[in-house]
Design a protein around this ligand. Sequence first.
Ligand code: GL7
Length: 825
Amino acid sequence: MTDARPRPTMRSVGSTLEEFERDLISNLYYQRGTTLESASGSDGYHTLALTVRDRLIERYARTAAAHYEANPRFVYYLSAEYLLGRQLRQNLLYTDTEKLARPIAAQLGTSIEELERYDVEPGLGNGGLGRLAACLLDSMATLDIPAVGYGIRYEFGIFKQGFRDGAQVERPDDWTFYGNPWEFPAPDDRQKVGFYGATAPVLDDPSGLRRQWSPGEIVRGEPSHMLVPGYGTQTVNIVRLWRARASRESFDLSRFGAGQYKEAVEDITRAENISKVLYPDDSTEQGRELRLKQQYFLVACSLRDIIRRYRLRNDGWDAFPAKVVVQLNDTHPVMAVVELMRLLVDEYRVDWDRAWSITRRTFNYTCHTLLPEALETWPVALLERLLPRHMELIYSINYFFLQEVEATFPGDGDRVRRLSIISEDGERRVRMAHLAVVASSAVNGVAELHTRLLTETTLRDFAELWPQKFHNVTNGVTPRRFVRMANPRLSELITTTTGSERWITDLDQLDALAGKADDQEFLDRWRAVKRANKVDLAALVEQSTGVVMDPDSLCDVMIKRFHEYKRQHLKLLHVITLFNRLREDPDLDVVPRTVLFGGKAAPGYHSMKLLIRLVNAVAEAVNTDPVVSRHLKVVLQPDYNVSRALVVIPAADLSEQISLAGKEASGTGNMKLALNGAVTIGTLDGANIEIRDRVGAENFFLFGLDAQQAEEQRRHHNPRAYYETDPDLRAAIDAIANGVFAKGDRTLFAPVVDAMLGRDEYLALADYRAYMECQERVERAWRDQDAWARMSVLNAARCGFFSSDRTVRDYCDLIWRVDPVRVTG
Ligand code: GL7
């Protein structure tokens, strides 16, 4: 039947000042239900957000229509974490409506800055991995790649960090408490997910590979999505986040009636706990059932949604891998491969070999670590209980895989044992990284060194088996958020220097700045930008910590999660050494410095929480010492997050990237800082190597052992020998041990001292002297401000490569093989 009625069209949102104002007032009345006279600040924010959002909706509708029409191959990005950052300023920029919103806000007696205070950052991630996911989504949209991100809508995001007596205290992040205007619920697309229960054979399956699973618990996943606009293009993709709900009948009315209030909501609580909190741990696996439940919940909902979308335009399964490419962001979503096998084999009755071929052609896996403790494994016993059918499927996958290994390396039992998806040493566990590699077409590391070390160490046996599976895709960061939004002053200077705003989507244009590195007038302007940014940072620091920071001091920043391998303690030894020297010789000629730390420690990571306490204690000692504080200030910026990063990064002069070589997979803060003109002091680790290759050795402060030397050093490392032979090092460690930073208490920080003198796991003592000498080179360089500015310019100019647009192009060329779909305006 054809419908002869004209299709209703959307009222088009306008692009004039009058239209924007009209829509704003209309949203205030009809959406917010208030009036100009009685509107609160929060009303103002929500109204502005809705008005800006309206401008994206139309583009989103056109994107959806263009995608439907083209029926393209889609990238589905599965990630347990997203650190999207605040949305208001981004969406004002991407819709080019700031110029409309600003005068109207002023007319109404407020300002964008004032309203932005109500804009809450969705902190649905821990660190670099979550922020990378957000950068890739931004670049995919900007490059018109048809893509959907899938994740979990945690009710509580990454905890808020405060300090009490210098110790970290964690407060819950109830990020949607006042509502989230950027999100669209889509209750019609909800899905059912099973857990527990039992499996049984099916009668008509001679292969015995198909079985039936009757789950013991059913939970619903309810999606909502946020818009992911591209910059300078019409494409608006989405990120779809799942929230766990109990089924409708879960509320026990009779128990409630009997006054058993807690019992009445038991089922609801159990179901909803699944999406309650983000696991505040970015490195070590916590053997927690709830986390595994989260992981399966995410992939079960997402795969059903992917299949639903696929079936809108396609029939049968043959075309599935041609239309669907799934990227697994680390091992957290790896159960997706098993779930797809279950859906195909058990529910859609596809035979095993065909199902396996489809699965293998659909998935790809990105590994983000080298730390053995961060490679997830799950106890077989837990899987058998929680996901009994999946455990059976894993056994079958492993059985066929090991047959393949046996055929390639006959008689090599040891290799079979090493490659097996199930580890048999001690408690039997499923190795998620192995499962991921076995079931994926492509596996990638995130920086050149990382990929090389993966293929030589962690995943070596796999690289020998399938060398063509392994790729490197060096990480990148979005220039929109981390230059254009973070650093408007620098953006202005880049635009006037390069002659256009093209650099925002073509970061290689920054190269043109290199030609200005010897132009005195340009260098002066460059420095003026940096200084103004430091004044802004000083305001944040003073307001949040009370510390007064001199904007002319060298701004030395170490911003990242607290982790032993990142070696915040090595930085602290440098600070304490400066402290000791200045106390000994008040006239010492040192470069004035502000050392700014930012980062959280996982709530259960006690050694790092103690280190945070020590950083705060050292800061207190330094900042209150009348002599030392004239030259040195130390700050631990509380609650470091994406929003704070946008203030810190543009102000940094020196970027601390001092992890033990071979431990940091890539790092992305290093890229953001270099792009904003900070010069790196770092080891040959992760992407530092590629940064140095590009900016030139003369514009990079390199120190320390390389990955191979570190490996060798580890075998005979004797931290005490360094302590005993290096008087500065000894003085620094003694100061901690003697209670200088604990009002004479020698016990409080004793574990920090013991860790350094005992095992010194990450060889900080071995790198200490090289690091000190390197910091002296930094000081000498800083004294020539023109030369420093030149280095700073060249760092930004030569880091265009680290745009996540390039990263996404690499994924497209090497792995995804997707084509852009242009959305017309
Ligand atoms: C990480 C790596 O530690 C980090 O080096 C990398 O830049 C990032 C993105 O690839 O991924 N892996 C990880 O588990 N977290 C990371 O930040 C939390």
